[in-house]
Design a protein around this ligand. Structure first.
Ligand code: ZN
Length: 507
């Protein structure tokens, strides 16, 4: 009990000093001592050494050793090649990049795929062009800037949020400058006092942005309706990534990544605690509606013993680099074409290989344009097999970000639930260890929608993990063994279906 008095006196003195020094922020470090975010950063997307040692090897049953075109080491370089067409667009200085339908990056991808199909022995390979039937929103350049103020500490300079990505259909003329207000979790935001402000809502998707689409869009639209001048969707995942999702919110909306959101939240909290003015941001966006774009499908044929057709499809286009969406699907498409291009592997039915465009772009759906342009050929189709999102390592986003040794489990869909197809898929899964969820359903989202008018069975295994439509979807996230599992599995399913009576595929 010797110390309380001097301690208390000392504390009072410190408090008094603090009160005096509050208007003299020169004494505190920039941004309250917070570290500014470092830029666009992919999170960890490949397994660590111990996990990598546990990656199951691809199963090669006796009699299939000769199928060397299906080996993972042969397929993986094609994933990197396809990603390269998107990266070229990025390196050319485009703030938004990808294999974008209607842009040179898609044309280069389509031309290269056509060349690879020809080299594989695929016949009648064509790059077919078609015109967009709708306008296409395109963000040319943008900026999300947190404005510095000496009240946040001496030398608090502006901070650019590098992960910011305008949400589709957003428009800004000039510059928006307004205070920032945090409004809570997407799905249960508070719109009190948002009028005239930049509202920030938070979401932490457990399984990728895809699963949070509805609630983020609804909340951001409600905030705009309540008078928010703009909305930021803080998508808290690993790293600091662009996320391209959460369409039209009815005003200017941006997604921001994990680190940028954290900086904004912590700086806001500290400003409030210090009695400093609320953070302010400025937002700029140069976006345009493009019309008259020309997109591309690639198509080619490997004649089989029968003229009946199995279509094997993979979409070519992507947001950002798109390693798992869908460079892996394209690479497996090419592996299968090389396999069946060998005379020894001639299929029982004719195979039509398609690299489709416009999967992501309104008014440019690839299959929707492929069907009318190839009606005579495709009327002989009995089955469509779609290769989409095949071999990404499984990534667990919450509670902690972890990369697993096996691939993301795919949702497998058989549109007509043909018992033959379902049992063939199950047999293939058992044979090769292709990773799917236990239940096979009739749901076939993704690129198969455009093939519905053929009125034949459509099948695929597809997933949407935490890297879905993000700048983190890079080749290191793709399992080489997983590519081989996918290629061998689909070879098996295609061969079995090629031999089966048509009535079993479409009962
Ligand atoms: Zn896709």
């Amino acid at each position: 009990m010797k110390y309380p008095l001097p301690t208390l006196a000392g504390a009072v003195a410190v408090l008094a000093l603090a009160a005096c020094s509050a208007p003299q922020p020169a004494s505190s470090p920039a941004w309250f001592g917070l570290t500014a975010p470092t830029g666009l950063v992919a999170p960890t997307i490949s397994p660590d050494a111990a996990t990598a040692a546990a990656i199951p090897k691809a199963v090669v049953p006796p009699g299939e050793v000769a199928f060397t075109e299906l080996e993972g080491a042969r397929i993986k370089p094609d994933v990197e090649k396809v990603v390269g067409f998107a990266e070229q667009m990025r390196k050319a200085g485009n703030q938004m990049w990808g294999r974008i339908s209607g842009f040179p990056s898609e044309a280069a991808t389509a031309d290269w795929v056509a060349g690879q199909l020809r080299a594989a022995g695929v016949q009648d390979v064509k790059v077919e062009t078609y015109s967009a039937s709708a306008d296409f929103w395109w963000p040319k350049s943008w900026e999300a800037r947190v404005l510095g103020d000496p009240a946040y500490g001496a030398g608090s300079k502006d901070v650019l949020l590098a992960s910011a990505m305008p949400v589709s259909r957003s428009q800004i003329s000039g510059t928006i400058t307004a205070p920032v207000v945090f409004v809570g979790e997407a799905g249960s935001v508070s719109s009190d006092g948002v009028a005239g402000k930049i509202a920030v809502e938070h979401t932490r998707p457990a399984t990728g942005a895809y699963s949070d689409r509805a609630k983020v869009r609804e909340s951001s639209a409600a905030l705009i309706k309540a008078g928010a001048i703009a909305v930021l969707n803080w998508v808290e995942q690993g790293g600091n990534m662009h996320v391209f999702d959460f369409g039209n919110c009815g005003g200017p909306c941006f997604n921001i990544g994990g680190e940028d959101g954290r900086f904004l939240a912590e700086a806001s909290a500290r400003a409030k605690a210090a009695g400093a003015p609320p953070l302010r941001m400025s937002l700029k966006l140069d976006a345009e509606m493009k019309s008259g774009l020309t997109a591309r499908n690639v198509i080619g044929v490997i004649p089989g013993a029968s003229s009946e057709i199995i279509v094997v499809n993979a979409h070519l286009d992507s947001w950002y680099s798109g390693a798992g969406d869908n460079a892996d699907g394209v690479a497996v498409l090419l592996a299968l074409a090389r396999h069946y291009g060998k005379p020894a592997n001639r299929p029982a039915r004719t195979l039509v290989f398609v690299g489709s465009g416009g999967h992501h772009s309104p008014g440019m759906n690839g299959p929707g344009n492929l069907l009318p342009a190839n009606a005579d050929l495709l009327k002989k189709a009995v089955l469509v097999v779609n290769l989409e999102h095949l071999a990404q390592f499984e990534i667990q986003a919450v509670p902690t970000w972890q990369v697993h040794a096996t691939e993301e489990p795919k949702n497998f869909g058989v549109s007509n639930m043909s018992p033959f197809l379902v049992s063939t898929v199950k047999a293939g899964v058992a044979r090769y260890g292709f990773v799917i969820k236990p239940e096979i359903t009739n749901s076939v989202p993704g690129d198969l929608g455009g093939y519905a008018p053929l009125n034949v069975a459509r099948i695929q295994g597809i997933h949407s993990g935490p890297l879905y439509h993000t700048s983190g979807d890079q080749p290191a996230s793709i399992s080489t063994a997983g590519l081989e599992r996918a290629a061998r599995f689909y070879r098996y399913v295609i061969d079995e279906a090629a031999k089966a009576p048509a009535a079993e595929i479409n009962p």
